[in-house]
Design a protein around this ligand. Structure first.
Ligand SMILES: *Cc1c(COP(=O)(O)O)cnc(C)c1O
Length: 471
């Protein structure tokens, strides 16, 4: 490849000739070359040309609205776009320079502590203990660290060894594997029982011991979309404490369920109503409806967060406590989270999540009627999602991976994957419904699924019925 000068020629930038680049982006010198990709160009180039080149390249990414694999926000009000733009320069760590953004973060923490029934919170008592993070992964690390610190302190006071901490959990998201490895904690992952969608309370007794820093309960298991029975975990841990004396706290990973259960399943007791629940994390950028880049960690009471995990910095001005893995971090997502809280209120969140749940249930009905599938989760009772497997994978004549490929040809991203340990022979497909994915869109997906099935099982040509030749 010949080297290319990425800047306009002297003539082109010097007024008279600029029209070449300015009136038609695609006849500018920059547009007429294959660009070097792995070395910074020697010179500058006009912003609108570079913008349009990158804009077009990004089209090769999947279309987020058709990505049914992700829990993360892909739709936002215009007002969110505007606020994000206005917050481009706001650094979350610089609470002295941006005290109002910091205040908004604190309001969000209090709103969530109240939503999750922390004691002594709400409008009259804005003293909730918690913080924003870059997502649930960071929030999970912080929750896990607090558990480890408290366990170690307790062990030292008792004069017992504190060098072999373990954390007990079911089929967790990868962030807990990371926590365990990065912070030197043994992860005791309990295998799924046949037919179970997550950890079960009666399994706990075989895995916890005096070195257990906590049990992670998942509200919305990543693989199966179901809630783990947090209330039953708490009762079982009460029983274990009565028998053995081990006081083992629960951290709830409510990455997605933390913004679903309070609105759709208020009777499911999973949060700070249970005294054993010490901390909760959730992803603002999932069903919290904020743009990518925000999560939340909240503690039941201030004393559960050990003081020596909190650092105080003064060089930005003021005396600023920070508990985070990052330092500088954008503030826009947090402001957008607050916008959503005010804009939607509890009623608005309920309606948004309800619409998603109804769309999921509609899809479950469609999938069940297609023939070859057995539903594993029909969108009722936990996350707005559907999962299913092939009833008879041996004789179906195709795999769910084949179906994923077929759907991908129309732009749909519907992942197929094996279940976690002990049930890894079962391959499932999962569709997540979130804000911005409407019922009509899902009806189109169902239509494409039927076409794909026809193609995979009968070899019907791809376009036959799309062109209207059938029916
Ligand atoms: C998504 C998810 C995470 C990780 O959250 P991020 O916000 O992507 O960091 C952790 N736990 C569960 C259960 C999740 O669904």
């Amino acid at each position: 490849m010949t080297p290319v000068a990425l800047h306009e020629t002297k003539d082109a930038t010097a007024g008279g000739q600029a029209g070449d680049g300015a009136t038609d982006l695609f006849t500018s010198p920059l547009s007429k070359h294959v660009l070097p990709k792995y070395r910074m160009p020697d010179e500058h180039a006009p912003p609108e040309v570079v913008y349009s080149l990158i804009h077009n390249e990004l089209m090769l990414d999947g279309n987020a609205a058709q990505n049914l694999a992700t829990f993360c926000t892909t739709w936002a009000d215009d007002e969110v776009h505007r606020l994000m733009n206005e917050c481009l320069d706001k650094n979350m760590v610089d609470k002295d320079e941006y005290p109002q953004t910091a205040e908004i973060e604190s309001r969000c923490v209090n709103i969530l502590a109240d939503l999750w029934h922390a004691p002594a919170t709400g409008a009259d008592s804005p003293n909730a203990m918690g913080c924003s993070t870059t997502g649930s992964s960071e929030a999970a690390m912080l929750g896990g660290l607090a558990l480890k610190w408290r366990w170690r302190e307790r062990r030292r006071k008792e004069g017992k060894p504190a060098d072999r901490p373990n954390l007990v959990c079911g089929p967790v998201q990868i962030c807990w594997d990371k926590f365990a490895r990065y912070f030197d904690v043994e992860l005791r992952q309990v295998p799924l029982e046949a037919g179970a969608t997550g950890l079960r309370a009666h399994q706990l007794k075989d895995y916890v011991d005096e070195n257990t820093i906590g049990v992670v309960a998942i509200l919305g298991v990543t693989f199966t979309c179901d809630y783990e029975p947090v209330q039953e975990f708490a009762a079982e841990l009460d029983r274990i404490q009565a028998e053995k004396g081990w006081d083992i706290p629960i951290h709830v990973d409510a990455a997605s369920g933390g913004f679903i259960a309070p609105f759709l399943h208020p009777d499911v007791v999973w949060d700070f109503r249970l005294e054993r629940v010490a901390s909760i994390n959730a992803s603002g950028h999932k069903y919290g409806l904020a743009p990518l880049g925000v999560g939340w960690a909240v503690w039941r009471t201030a004393d559960l967060l050990p003081e020596d995990l909190i650092f105080r910095v003064n060089y930005l001005g003021g005396d600023i406590p920070t508990f985070a893995l990052n330092f500088s971090r954008p503030g826009g997502e947090i402001v957008a989270q607050y916008y959503n809280f005010l804009r939607l209120g509890r009623g608005g969140y309920r309606r948004v999540q309800q619409a998603c749940a109804e769309t999921a249930q509609y899809l479950a009905g469609e999938v069940a009627a297609m023939g070859p599938f057995t539903l594993l989760y029909d969108g009722n009772g936990a996350l707005p999602a559907v999962s299913y497997k092939l009833t008879d994978p041996e004789n179906a004549g195709f795999s769910l991976y084949d179906l994923s490929d077929q759907l991908r040809m129309r732009g749909w991203q519907v992942p197929a994957y094996p279940l976690p340990a002990n049930q890894e022979d079962t391959v499932i497909q999962r569709v997540l419904i979130r804000h911005g994915v409407g019922l009509d869109e899902i009806a189109l997906l169902a239509q494409d699924m039927r076409r794909s099935l026809a193609r995979l099982t009968q070899g019907v040509p791809a376009d036959a019925d799309r062109a209207g030749f059938h029916h």
